[in-house]
Write a protein that binds this ligand. Structure first.
Ligand SMILES: Cc1cc2nc3c(=O)[nH]c(=O)nc-3n(C[C@H](O)[C@H](O)[C@H](O)COP(=O)(O)OP(=O)(O)OC[C@H]3O[C@@H](n4cnc5c(N)ncnc54)[C@H](O)[C@@H]3O)c2cc1C
Ligand code: FES
Length: 295
């Protein structure tokens, strides 16, 4: 696996998104301000790959008019074993996410996706995932793909079955915000929890857990990270110092989600040393860490 734009080359990216109607199957609170939503939407679920996202809208109201982006937690199967829909996790922060907490089984929802590039299919033996808060959600599908538990569109034809271990360094403010830990353990990840207040796991930042892993006997050979930007910046620096390839998934606020409004641009370093802008919704949300300019 190289450190440039490899599996998801910018020039080669072809959007495959379409709109579909979904239906709420389940919507439950799993931690403080943190909910898991299960939607029935087989068309989207068959296309989406780990690290991609979709725009979610309530078709019954015009406010908010624009959909909101949410990352794939994972796809799910019906009782016949057929792919039936998507799960995602959300934190309640504003208008749409507050309204979403009132959605009940059977409610309709409009989806636009799959969007974005997703994480590269890993081809190293030891993969480390670093997550801050709700940034943990894209990593369940990444874990399932890496450990061969599930095949996604991205895994087809790669022949990659190199990953022997997945370590998840997962940090939250306190234990009340921890979500989906059981799902990661069931998927086979080694989970290292840290909390800012020391109420569970290691007392400190998630970057401390990452440093422990890197200085241990079996350091990771690639790092994927998602969470608050200051945390991702710090993880990118640690990865560079340790010469470990690193990819970061941005959660830049966005309006259209498919490349026309340019509300989501982020500054990137070009090969010739200049900087330019890239749309997080199309050329991201996943970028090689060394390409991103955080200041
Ligand atoms: C690619 C991508 C994937 C995402 N995946 C998830 C996910 O899986 N789970 C999840 O909970 N959230 C995710 N987000 C963030 C999520 O889209 C926002 O939290 C959501 O749009 C907020 O909608 P709202 O109407 O509730 O809040 P609004 O009323 O629109 O905003 C409330 C407050 O939150 C701020 N805000 C809104 N969006 C963001 C953002 N992206 N970053 C920082 N501050 C923001 C606003 O500035 C405002 O202060 C993702 C974002 C992106 C771009
Ligand atoms: S959100 Fe419109 S271009 Fe990215």
């Amino acid at each position: 696996m190289g450190v440039g734009y490899s599996t998801h080359d910018l020039a080669g990216f072809v959007p495959t998104a379409s709109e579909c109607r979904g239906q709420v199957v389940e919507n439950r609170c799993v931690a403080t301000d943190t909910w898991l939503m299960r939607l029935s939407c087989p068309e989207l679920a068959r296309q989406v790959t780990p690290g991609q996202f979709f725009m979610v809208r309530d078709p019954r109201v015009s406010d908010p008019m624009l959909g909101r982006p949410f990352a794939l937690l994972d796809v799910w199967e019906d009782s016949d074993g057929k792919i039936a829909g998507v799960d995602f996790g959300y934190v309640v922060v504003g208008k749409m996410t507050t309204r979403m907490t009132t959605w009940r089984a059977g409610d309709p929802c409009s989806l636009w996706g799959p969007l974005g590039n997703g994480f590269p299919v890993p081809d190293v033996e030891r993969l480390c995932l670093v997550a801050g808060g709700i940034g943990v959600t894209p990593f369940l599908a990444v874990t399932n793909e890496a450990l061969g538990n599930r095949i996604y569109r991205s895994s087809v034809g790669t022949g990659s079955n190199a990953v022997k271990s997945v370590s998840l360094c997962y940090g939250t403010r306190s234990k009340d915000y921890l979500a989906c830990v059981d799902l990661f353990e069931q998927a086979g990840a080694e989970v290292r929890i840290s909390t800012d207040d020391g109420s569970f796991g290691r007392h400190g930042f998630v970057t401390d857990s990452l440093k422990d892993l890197i200085s241990g006997e079996t350091p990771p050979q690639a790092i994927y990270c998602c969470g608050p930007e200051p945390m991702m910046h710090a993880v990118g620096i640690i990865a560079a110092e340790s010469q470990i390839p690193c990819w970061l998934s941005l959660e830049t606020p966005m309006a259209c989600g498919f490349g026309i409004c340019f509300s989501c641009v982020t500054r990137v370093r070009m090969d010739d040393g200049t900087t330019d802008y890239r749309r997080t919704c199309v050329e991201g949300p996943v970028f090689p860490a060394e390409k991103l300019c955080f200041s």
